[in-house]
Ligand binder design. Structure first.
Ligand code: AMP
Ligand code: ZN
Length: 477
């Protein structure tokens, strides 16, 4: 399996630290608001990666944090804490906000068939762990105290910009327009590990620490939650591309400084979902959530299908027109599966099954090419194979794609059957069918006068007959 690794900037062969096992860490949501469908694109593609690794036979352990403290409005340690901002907006406590939006996040994930990671850790439950690692970083000379806060000293590293050949001047961290730099920092790339003082509104949630009462920075939480649950060597770390810098860059800095060796081998970054006016965000434009799509009548799984049709390393443009097109394609796909369900089942041909499965795997082995994997699914539909083989393949691929294909097609078929049954129990329909049968018999008996009489009588009632090789069909006009 080849996977693009942001660290090496190329597709690398995936080799886990321990044969057969994969440790995977995902940056979780900041629970100050609903997740928008851009955030959820990242989680859908990470879910596909996890499910494909499991499908390929790996024993995967996936861990995710919930950011309920420390994430400031600017990723570069500036501005108000996002949680506090959410609490003020809704006139609730930070913990109430965290609980509400954590539940909302998992409810959205369930609608999109995103599996909940094996371990989910709210940052506020790991304060002792953060303090332990920060103490060790101070001890090792990688962190310093200034103005009441603890900072990571990036000048102590051999290489700080691990993902890109960024030039320092291109990344004027903390000196964005309208945002003053933090004069406590020795180097502009230094970042906060622990706050006790902030010029912004104070945190509601604070904990005692060796440096005074305060709260952790955002980056330290992911390093600690990952190391504590997945050990010193991580296989895959995931997140949206905006997290590569500074968040993941800082995670690597502090984790490797703490461990004294390389920490994570593969960095999987999902590119953004954009609208026509740019990157989707919670603060600008229409706030696109799963609930909003549902309110507008869209099936959330169509959004998942829409995401799968493009590569995770390409920006994806969302528009209702694109989602409408995906809906049409998805409904056609289901209709084709319904047609297969109606066919004679036959036997599962295992050679044929393996051949198509290999095509599906080939697509995903090539850096998670989900759109080619979907093409492999379409190829199965038109393959020269038994219905049983096709259904078995669709169900098998759906372990990864998670579109509930066969289940939804079965529901459609049931609805179709019960509508047909309802129709056949209708006295009006029964009367028409009886007249058609009588006409059929009259024709057989060469009693054409009666046959025409019936046809004309039906026509007068708005019933048009069409003689087909399988018998007369009728419609009401
Ligand atoms: P947040 O809740 O802001 O911490 O973000 C949760 C996840 O969504 C992170 O992995 C982000 O990198 C990712 N993300 C944020 N915006 C987008 C977007 N427009 N498209 C895709 N992923 C995004
Ligand atoms: Zn993170």
């Amino acid at each position: 399996m080849q996977i693009y690794n942001s660290l090496t900037r190329k597709k690398d062969e995936f080799v886990p630290n321990e044969p057969g096992k994969v440790s995977m860490y995902t940056c979780g949501p900041t629970v100050y608001h609903f997740a928008h469908i851009g955030n959820l694109r990242s989680y859908i593609m990470e879910d596909i990666l996890e499910k494909y690794l499991r499908y390929a036979g790996y024993d995967v352990t996936r861990v995710m944090n919930i950011t309920d403290v420390g994430h400031l409005t600017s990723d570069a340690d500036e501005g108000e804490d996002k949680m506090l901002k959410g609490a003020k907006r809704e006139k609730k406590t930070v913990m109430d906000i965290a609980k509400f939006y954590t539940d909302a996040f998992f409810a959205d994930c369930a609608k999109l068939n995103i599996k909940t990671p094996d371990v989910v850790v709210p940052a506020t439950s790991y304060i002792d762990e953060f303090i332990k690692v920060i103490e060790a970083l101070i001890e090792k000379g990688y962190a310093y105290e200034a103005g009441g806060n603890i900072y990571f000293d990036t000048s102590k590293l051999e290489k700080y910009y691990v993902f890109n050949d960024f030039k320092e001047e291109d990344l004027a961290v903390g000196v964005r327009e309208g945002v003053e730099g933090d004069s406590n920092k020795k180097n502009k790339t230094d970042f906060v590990l622990w706050f006790t003082k902030s010029k912004f509104d104070d945190q509601e949630l604070k904990w005692d620490s060796p440096w005074g009462i305060g709260y952790p920075g955002w980056h330290i939480e992911c390093s600690c939650i990952s190391m504590k649950n997945l050990g010193e060597s991580l296989d895959i770390h995931c997140g949206g591309i905006d997290n590569a810098f500074p968040h993941h860059t800082n995670e690597i800095a502090q984790s490797e400084a703490y461990l004294g060796h390389k920490w994570c081998n593969y960095w999987f970054h999902v590119h953004h979902l954009n609208t026509n006016s740019g990157k989707m965000s919670k603060s600008t434009g229409e706030f696109l959530t799963v609930s909003l799509l549902e309110e507008k009548g869209y099936n959330p799984l169509v959004y998942r299908f829409f995401c799968l049709q493009s590569h995770y390393r390409k920006a994806l443009v969302f528009s209702y027109e694109n989602l409408d097109n995906a809906t049409v394609a998805f409904n056609k796909l289901l209709a084709r599966i319904v047609a297969i369900l109606k066919e004679d089942k036959g036997e599962v041909d295992s050679a044929e099954f393996d051949r198509w499965k290999a095509k599906f795997c080939e697509a995903l082995d090539n850096d998670m090419n989900t759109s080619l994997a979907v093409t492999a699914l379409y190829d199965v539909l038109k393959a020269n194979a038994s219905a049983a083989t096709k259904i078995a393949l669709i169900e098998d691929f759906d372990k990864v794609l998670s579109l509930n294909l066969v289940a939804q097609a079965k529901k459609l078929l049931e609805a179709e059957n019960s509508a047909a049954e309802e129709k056949s129990n209708d006295p009006f329909v029964q009367e028409i069918e009886a007249l058609i049968a009588e006409r059929q018999q009259a024709k057989k008996d060469k009693n054409y006068a009666r046959a025409d009489e019936i046809r004309d009588g039906l026509k007068a009632r708005g019933i048009i007959l069409e003689d087909t090789p399988t018998g007369a069909k009728w419609k009401q006009i």
